[in-house]
Design a protein around this ligand. Structure first.
Ligand SMILES: CNc1ncnc2c1ncn2[C@@H]1O[C@H](COP(=O)(O)O)[C@@H](O)[C@H]1O
Length: 257
């Protein structure tokens, strides 16, 4: 993203993927290029362990199905790891909130079948104004039963922070939660009681996209990292969109929280 164009908010962020990025990355060659390029950037930033996440897509123009998509990503990861041996990369496959249950089940099936090649978990992602996450309960139960780790975008916007949604996701027994913004006190207590749960917090994304009120000093990172038992992980959400590599997220934490 060019300098000065990092001004995305939750309304303009998701169409960026469906209108532009999904159309730009629409064949095996662009998938390979973007996967290697993102790993190179993280390696250059000094990252030793990286988890990438992606939503499996089919590329009808090339007659590639979702399985071929995941296979291409993994081949590109393997190639990048040869070229940049300082970084270890694992993959998380995402279920988009707009998916059907059948599509979600397919993601679980792919995650299981590629687990020996570096897929470590499944994620719930996508536009928080879309979908009813309870639809995916059987898929996430299946994921857990089959030994996959679970992470979910959680309470990132007010409309995805209803009591029903938060309870549904917590019943999936996620290993990690992402964003964790609009969380009522009693749910915070529930989270804190899940010893070892990971909280994937994204400072630049939340501040720049105005998902929180205020600046970095108002970010909930400052509260959560003081809570015993939870593991707080500073994440980028998206270096390209928000223009902040993970080293910068650590720098922001040092000055702001
Ligand atoms: C505010 N933060 C966020 N909240 C929810 N979902 C997000 C996200 N940041 C990224 N994604 C999800 O990641 C997809 C892009 O990569 P892939 O096509 O999967 O490779 C987006 O479509 C979105 O669903």
């Amino acid at each position: 993203m060019p300098l000065g164009k990092h001004d995305y908010n939750l309304e303009t962020f998701f169409p960026l993927f469906s209108s532009y990025i999904y159309r730009l990355v629409d064949d095996a060659a662009s998938l390979r290029y973007s996967t290697i390029s993102v790993i190179q950037d993280f390696a250059n930033d000094g990252v030793a362990y990286l988890e990438l996440r992606t939503t499996p897509r089919a590329f009808p123009r090339e007659d590639l199905d979702k399985e071929a998509y995941v296979n291409h990503v993994i081949i590109a990861i393997d190639e990048a790891q040869q070229r940049f041996p300082s970084i270890q990369v694992r993959l998380i496959l995402s279920i988009d909130r707009r998916n059907t249950l059948a599509e979600a089940n397919k993601v679980i099936e792919l995650a299981v079948s590629f687990s020996r090649r570096g897929v470590v978990a499944v994620d719930l992602c996508g536009d928080p104004t879309q979908g009813d996450v309870s639809l995916f309960t059987p898929a996430f139960e299946q994921a857990r039963a089959r030994g996959l780790k679970i992470t979910a975008h959680f309470a990132e916007a007010e409309y995805s922070a209803t009591e029903a949604e938060l309870e549904t996701i917590l019943r999936w027994m996620p290993d990690r939660l992402g964003h964790v913004i609009h969380v009522p006190e009693h749910v915070k207590t529930q989270i804190a009681a899940r010893l070892g749960i990971g909280l994937e917090l994204c400072l630049s994304c939340n501040v720049q996209a105005r998902m929180i009120v205020g600046g970095f000093d108002a970010h909930h990172f400052g509260q959560w990292w003081r809570v015993d038992g939870v593991v707080v992980v500073p994440c980028t959400d998206d270096v390209g969109v928000f223009g902040s590599p993970v080293s910068n997220e650590w720098a922001l934490i040092q000055v702001g929280c």
